[in-house]
Design a protein around this ligand. Sequence first.
Ligand SMILES: [Zn+2]
Length: 410
Amino acid sequence: METMRNVMLLLGAACTLDAQTYDLLLKGGHVIDPANRIDTVMDVAVSGNRIARVAANIPVSEAKKTVDAAGLYVTPGLIDLHAHVFGYEGSLAPDDSSLIAGTTTVVDAGGSGWRTFDRFKKTVIDTSATRVLALINIVGAGMVGSAAEDNVPDMEPDKTAAKMKQFPDQIVGIKVAHFGKPGWDALKRAVEAGRLSGKPVMVDDKIFTNAARTSRDKLLDVMRPGDLHTHMYNDRQLEVIDRFSGKVQDYMWAARKRGVLFDLGHGAGSFLWPVATRAMAQGFAPDTISTDLHSSSIRAGQPDMPNCISKMMALGMKLQDAIEKSTAAPARAIKRFPEIGTLGEGKVADIAVLRQSKGVFAYKDAWNKKLMGTVNIECVLTVRDGRVVYDLDGLGFPLWNTAGEYEVIP
Ligand SMILES: [Zn+2]
């Protein structure tokens, strides 16, 4: 009898251990996972580095660690389609700037070219906790100043495409940026690299007098469906709004119809209230939300992903739509959906926990004007690859017990 009781106890203990199926449980948060059409209070369980289960009422007893997410939003880890973490003089360390913002994937927008990508991979991509992907610059030397960026002979589609084929997991497209000479050489070579590699091109273009380039030609003739124009609420790279009528240009609608994508790319100079308010009032929202974070924009408009989401909400975008444009939409744009951008069961556990606050908040644009909003989104917790890498409020921490032991470290 005694033996039987011991066996039962052992079985009981085994069951208790087995019952803790999950390593981490985010409990009671409002889950927004647009890819799976989830927009309600749910629990999210993680095993190892994978999303194990998304369901109502997963018992706390089944998890080794529980985070109380009540009153908060739980979303897929944010994907920043336009950031600078290599090559460019204002590059930031991705783990410093992204993980505190709920951004679990950053796409470096053109810092490296085919000549420098190996160094980028070795020094940043392979050493960061953040998932770092690359839009490789059509310029072989990368984004290293205007002399290099105007150097047409260093824009070699075949060598760029060869580097992309060598690293298909890391290089998701091509960037063409800051070309200061007249004509289409840079864009056309980038598009050719896109054709050779089967990947999209992100365009960051200068339009000014004597460029001999127009927004209409660029969007309707040179760019392909699936290519992206970043800095969409700038007015010098893309003429979104007709200055005489205040209307969104006809060619913008035509470009959207033919599949050209428009990316926010906030940055230090590319988010202007006069453009953004008019475009949003007429229903011309970004396809993807991104920051263009670098050493000066991070201080000027402070456009991390939650800040960009807050700004778009101030212009009337629903939180659910802003999350879609910060998760599934960018993943689709770089052909990495559904590998990233969703909380689907079995996917890598990249998760953002966001707090929505109501009040009065100032949102700054690139011309140092502010627009007052009533809603603010901030990141309070980030899970990357199954690990809690940021926890602003100690949601996963036990309360310190004042009567507790002082742990003396010998
Ligand atoms: Zn940029």
